[in-house]
Design a protein around this ligand. Sequence first.
Ligand SMILES: [Mn+2]
Length: 411
Amino acid sequence: MVSTSLKSVDLKSESRSAINTAEKMGSRPANNLTSLNERAREQRTDAFKKLLDSHRGESQLVILQDFPDPDALSSAWTYKLIAEQYDIQCEILYAGTLSHQENIALVKLTSLPIQRWACQSPKTKEKDLSAYQGCVLIDNQGTTSQLVPILQAASIPITVIIDHHSLQEGIKAEYTDIRPNTRATATIMTQYLQAGLLEFDSSVSEHVNCATALMHGLRSDTNYLRQAQEEDFLAAAYLSRFYDSQLLNTVLQSSRSKQVMDVIESALKNRTIHNNFMIAGVGFLRYDNRDAIPQAADFLVTEDNVHTAVVYGIVHDEDEDLELVVGSLRTTKITLDPDEFIKEAFGQDTQGRFFGGGRSLAGGFEIPMGFLSGLNENSDFAKLKWSVYDTQIKQKLLRLVNPENSVIPSH
Ligand SMILES: [Mn+2]
């Protein structure tokens, strides 16, 4: 039994020291770049194996963002399967909704093992959290899940973070693998499979289904491979040995609901374009239809002459009587950093938490409406409220997009 104490793996400094060593030895760095990456990858794999080994016998909670996407779902499942090799039992949790019909189809068709723990439900409150020795954040860094503060209050340590969003401050884990330049967490998880953490077997249906989910996750975070890089293609090539292409087709063929179509319709009607930047407010939405916002942004960014689209609406969560402005950004402009852009546009709340963030080519934000939440049966009030938020969001965005002309004129 190996007993190790592990620090977080800082790959940047590992690579740096490897570069220094290479330089001292007088070798040409360009020639060493590949072996350098390989060495860094080996070190990372070893560290990950040691970490899993030192947590044998544990029960862990794998936490996804409140509205999990295919990349998060498939990556969490892969972590669970890898962890089982080390006698670690995982439960994969999310607090919000699975609202995109493609995600619902993915979960149903592959029997993807996830559970919803709604924060306000008595069931969640009664859970005995002492049964879990650690939690794991996959495809997020804790800033997009309502469950993380609850787990932190219960003093459950964060054992692992694996993500590709820009580095968010504030959360530390025993093992951290954050790669903002990688397009999909599914690519990172596939690399761990290839490194030997778990050997997929095409006669095991769970492995075939998980490989199919990873292929879907990888494709959807790379805009169907259109923005994929070498490492994504290599990961996809590996998955192609195991995945079920017919199953993936069935997942992708799930059609859009009428509600999503309606949201896209209002996004189209309300859109305005400033310097190739499209902005569209869609008004009030039910919580279950929240995922229509990123779908509308995906659609809007395809218009000729547009490189970036932001779609937002007011989402009402009837269960918890909460109201939020929810927005999504999609861009095809590689020089635009969605994380930086959203943080700059909307800033932070009173506790210093940013209202949103992002990864390469996509971002999102959520602004709680606090005191102004609810009572929308008064339609004059609802209209007024929408108009205030709509104007303010436009002003905040235009300040960055079109600095000379950022104040919306009153009519
Ligand atoms: Mn992702």
